[in-house]
Design a protein around this ligand. Structure first.
Ligand code: NAD
Length: 368
């Protein structure tokens, strides 16, 4: 049987720097755990524009459709700010998400104990936090028609339309229930069924999918505004939260920031299962290309490394190995190893991107 395949797209700015550390971890799995991947690498974003005049070459797009998972660093930078909208680096990422039809965006909010004091909330509210927001990514108010700014009499009117079909709701609900089964088996669905018809349908369809296919998972419902309050009051009450594109945009940013630095936050975007049963999948850190620190060896590689851990868990069913990576990260943080973005008021000497990679590899070695 052939090895699982990974397409690596480091991108721009700090993307290649953080991805270099992920490559070392991929190599470690091959050498020390006998888990080998067929890795190919290509361009996306500004660097692809520089070479091909487009932020994502058709060949790269085709390759992304074939592989078991895509791992992306970051795209963009000031050099490309004046480019036409159609060839901006971000268009490469948007094309990947759209053509792979990645409708479920997974944003974990996980608080490592050593960083609990980084949160704006009290330590006991966030320490040990481990929740997952599943945001519908390809429909809803960001895509619904009609949209635009029209003139009505003497004034302009801005219009956007919230629109969800049953099948769009059902498929993202399934993603959330499947994830819950790999975690603590609880899903909370959030909408505004009290004031929005799309919310009423959302609640009905999630309930139907639950009853028909996932009765073993505990399901609850909450209005999204109440959900925002509960996330800041006592986030540990949640396991998996599933919600629409707009509410998910807000709630996932809120939840992620409960836990501190941007350099720590991974994400995954999943689509429909492929012939081999694996979902179409793109894994990437939440952060951008950080042009202010690019090329200075200051970038924190943990968000990208944890994105690879998500790939191990959600694309390759290697949950134990994903947990091994997460424990290695936990250990280096507990040992006080910090990149510059993780320096607290107590100060200390930050380590470089590759030294953080060294420390995580040493912790992985120690885990055997
Ligand atoms: P950014 O995430 O790149 O940076 C915001 C701040 O966080 C900066 O001060 C940066 O130094 C810091 N930071 C980010 N990641 C870090 C890491 N791993 N380690 C240490 N510090 C880190 O956001 P921005 O400055 O708004 O955008 C910069 C460029 O990135 C823009 O061109 C933007 O369009 C692009 N961008 C791309 C993505 C993506 O590729 N998914 C996401 C957001 C922004």
């Amino acid at each position: 049987m052939s090895n699982p395949s990974l397409l690596i797209l480091p991108g721009d700015g700090i993307g290649p720097e953080v991805m270099a550390e992920v490559r070392r971890i991929i190599d470690w799995f091959g050498a020390r755990r006998g888990i080998a991947f067929d890795v190919s690498e290509d361009l996306v974003g500004g660097c692809a524009y520089d070479k091909h005049g487009t932020p994502l070459h058709d060949d790269t797009m085709a390759r992304a459709q074939e592989v078991d998972a895509v791992l992306l660093g970051a795209v963009g930078g000031p050099k490309y700010d004046s480019l036409d909208f159609s060839v901006k680096p971000e268009r490469g990422l948007l094309r990947l998400r759209k053509e792979m039809d990645l409708y479920a965006n997974l944003r974990p909010a996980q608080c490592f104990d050593a960083l609990a004091d980084f949160s704006s909330l009290k330590r006991d509210v966030v320490a040990g936090l481990d929740i997952m927001i599943v945001r519908e990514l390809t429909s809803g108010i960001y895509f619904g028609e009609p949209r635009g700014i029209i003139r009505e009499g003497n004034e302009r009117v801005g219009i956007n339309t919230q629109r969800y079909t049953e099948s769009e709701i059902a498929r993202v609900a399934r993603s959330a229930f499947e994830l819950a089964r790999k975690r603590s088996n609880r899903v909370c669905s959030m909408e505004k069924a009290n004031v929005m018809e799309s919310g009423v349908l959302w609640r009905e369809v999630v309930t139907e999918v639950h009853q028909a296919e996932y009765a073993d998972v505990e399901l609850s419902h909450m209005y999204a505004d109440a959900g925002a309050m509960q996330l800041t009051r006592w986030p540990k009450q949640f396991d998996v939260i599933v919600t629409d594109n707009l509410f998910g945009d807000l709630l996932s940013d809120l939840a992620a920031m409960l836990t501190g630095s941007l350099g720590m936050l991974p994400s995954a975007s999943l689509g429909a299962p492929m012939a081999n049963g694996r979902p179409k999948a793109l894994y990437e850190p939440v952060h951008g290309s950080a042009p202010d620190i690019a090329g200075k060896a200051l970038a924190n590689p943990i968000a990208c490394i944890l994105s690879f851990a998500m790939a191990l868990r959600y694309s390759f069913d290697l949950g134990e190995e994903a947990a091994r990576v997460e424990r290695a990260v936990e250990k280096v943080l507990a040992d006080g190893v910090r990149t510059a973005d993780l320096m607290g008021p107590e100060g200390g000497t930050p380590v470089s991107t590759s030294a953080m990679g060294d420390a995580i590899l040493a912790a992985l070695d120690a885990s055997l």
